[in-house]
Design a protein. Sequence first.
Length: 623
Amino acid sequence: MCPASRFRTARSPQPRTASTFLIRRSLRRFVLVMGGCAFIAGSLAPEPPANFLHRLPFNEPVFAAEINVEDSQQGDQVRINGSTVPIAWNAQSGRVGIADTGLWRHLSLTLLDTSDPSQQPVQWFSDPAVQPMVLSAWNDGQFRYLDIVPLAEAMGWAVSQNGSVLQIETPPAEIISIRRGLQSWGDRFVIDLAGSTTWNLTPQSDGFQLQISGTMDQGAIAAANADTRPGNRFDRYSVQRSGNQTILQVSNTDGTAPVLFTLPNPNRLVIDLRPDDAPTRNIQWSSGLRWRQQPIAIGSGTFPVTWLEVSPRDPLVQLRPIWSDPAAQTGTSPLVTMARQWQSAAAINAGFFNRNNRLPLGAIRRDNRWFSGPILNRGAIAWTAQGDLLFNRLTVREAISTDLGETLPLFSFNSGYVGTGISRYTRDWGETYTPILANETILTVQQNQIVDQRFAPVAGEGIFPIPGDGYLLVSRGDDRVSERLPLRSNLQLSYEALPNAFDPFPHIVGAGPLLLANRQIVLNAEQEQFSTQFAQQQAARSAIARTADDTLLLVAVQTRINGRGPTLTEMAQILQQLGAIDGLNLDGGSSTSLYLGGQLINRPPYTAARVHNGIGVFAQPSQ
């Protein structure tokens, strides 16, 4: 018997035939018996055909695979034919899993629709109608892994580990030719292959570089480079050979991201430069979490829409606000980094923030603690762990009363939104406070008494500790604050949420404007103090909404096909088409980011800006 902690097959440069394997069906799973060792390869199809070899994409000589990975190992990098990409992997129970969105993003493995999160149909140099491939899947709460052992066995891959890096080497491939053509929607490159292969796409400032694992003879390279016509969406391209790789360089594109997919019989890698890439997708990713995508027509425009459907009443999923620095409210980071830091399975960017000082501009409440206060009566969403939801505009009013009989309203609390008046900062803001404006007066309150008073003349300079048994009061533009709030004054704090229906909700995120209420468009940007320019802007947008059955929709919409992004009104109409009855606009433009299982799923990651906060979806592990 082979040890349970290691599985291995012999690797040979010689092609092998079907007789090399002894294959039998058991409980609708394949058991591969090699050299006296049995390996469970995972469920490959609901009703697999009798011949295992004929159902996988064998359009090339088959090389014996070598899989040499220890059980109970994991990491966050995969090295494919010498190129390292950030993808989570996990080996357990004789399976080697790679995160599904990583395989989709970096290997162009097409993920087909599924209603079973434990089974993932895929396409990779295969025809789903003739050669269906279904890989077993599991998740650890952060990532959904696809077992690549059947694919590695079929393609003759060598799979091993080097510390936290999973290494994959594929049989050498020959690139026969690279063809290109002008299309009505853009440009297409077709790379003809003698076998399957892998590649690495590197975005660049004016285009992209594609490194293909495979060699191409000089005559074919010369033929490809002889076509010097500019494309519809790029100015020039070139092909060159570097060692065992062939490099396709495409320059001066118009910003259109390349779309890659594979075709079989014969094997081809296709690269499209097209703005209208909006395939449909419907994948049950885990219990209570579904990945959706489809084009939606609004008026004369069509928008590619990507969204996640979350069942907030499902006990296996929970939503929580997340932000860049768990210990403080200063800072921004890519949503991918933020989601992985908080260990969430999915996330969407949420509230607004100041891009200069990287401070939040809106409500963030988590577990009944206000990390950032609401501003300007803007729209917000609130929820409970049991799945109760509330969409509405939100205001919180605070005031302090002194033992001298004076009551002073507070301008804001725990907020980067500043103006003339007094603001309050608690330990949920962080352990310290740094002046946001020049000429601030900072009063330290402990046990409801003012114990210290200091003047901060310079913005961004100075560190003022926030007491754990009190708070700071920061006065801006009030020369009489020292008289009105003298040392050793006793204070009483009052608090009121409007509407008070928000009070029992432990989790709140604010953004705005509110888009839908009871199925009707209630957009009023002016009421929420957004500028006219903001209200009329066409831009990529994020939103959160709910349907009649209390399913939450985390929605990202990019630019319309051959045009600009949606207006706020168009975003509300898109939510209506998705079946939403309530909806809230979130921060948008370059901030629009939708994350799932390690990757952004709505846009290439290099096009997304850093953000301050988001809404995370936390899933329970499954095996």
